[in-house]
Design a protein around this ligand. Sequence first.
Ligand code: SF4
Length: 372
Amino acid sequence: MSSKRIISIGTRKIGGGLPVLLQSMAAVKTTNVQAAAETCERLADAGAGLVRLAVDTAEDAQALKEIRKRTTANLSVDLQENYRLAENVAPFVDKIRYNPGHLHHSETEIPWQIKVERIVRIAEKHNCALRIGVNCGSLDPALLTAAGGTEVPALSSALQHSEFLDSLGFVRYCVSIKSSAPKTVTAVNRQFAALRPDVPLHLGLTEAGLPPAGVMKSRLALEPLLADGIGDTLRVSLTVANDRKSEEIEAGRLIVQNAASGSILTEADWCEDKLNIISCPSCARVENGQFVQLAQQVREAVQKYKDKRLTIAVMGCRVNGPGETDHADIGLWCGKASVNLKCGKELVGSFEYGSVISEMLRLIGRLEEAAA
Ligand code: SF4
């Protein structure tokens, strides 16, 4: 059931049954031009057909001009909340990703259709592909239902934006529908592929987390899809430092090989209904360089709960941190000098990096007592 439509992204093509394109993302600011260019080169050498970078400001976007000169890697940029930056980045990249949910974070008086049309016309002018990057942790509020759950609104959002791009006569796009829950990713991508088999799909979890669990979760979600011919490009979003990002490519290669050979991980092999640590892969937006270490410290500190049903989410910044931690039992999202600790949707407090682990353990202890 591979998508029928083939689209070009820089020197590569996806869709139509072509080999799955592996991607990764640099976790370094574009304004650190040399480090960003070297990361792009290193990832391309490791097998990344596309390398993504994050930009938040005009200065970040301007730095892409120099990065473009220093690397031959195909480049993609994540716009996140600032759709107006499309104009600044498009001349220097091969693909732009926008998140439909983030279009509602600012300039709320402007309808999303106006914002998307602006992105589309810029992409056309500069020969860029687009990705409609739906994320279950940051959905369009108008699509959320009283019944809760993210699968239905995520699917609706992906269909709605695909139809809108089609109506503008722009078909050089792919879609991703990501969640941190493997079952959700598998289910919602199956549904989208059944309804829109013509649209290339980018597969992945929003936050696979620390390896090796992050690789296992990604295998659980992606191998069954690829084995059924669903998926044209993928990224394994591991919580590793920038100099280890090539591990995302190695994990992606493993997943593609397993799907092809039928060595598919199933829930019987790896149960996700126990201690579940979700952590973002980090990117240029990470607020404090201690983030990856913090995620590792959380994992070590909670090992005694390994057989409990407990979900802990650790996020690197304010962009996705507040929303992506809402559905976890315990959430930690990083600020510059402190870490925000949450219990479900409630903020418990902000604590220094050196003390947040003990505060988190105290909180878990209180939850245990309350449940006893
Ligand atoms: S949560 Fe923030 S730091 Fe982490 S990957 Fe997402 S945008 Fe980057």
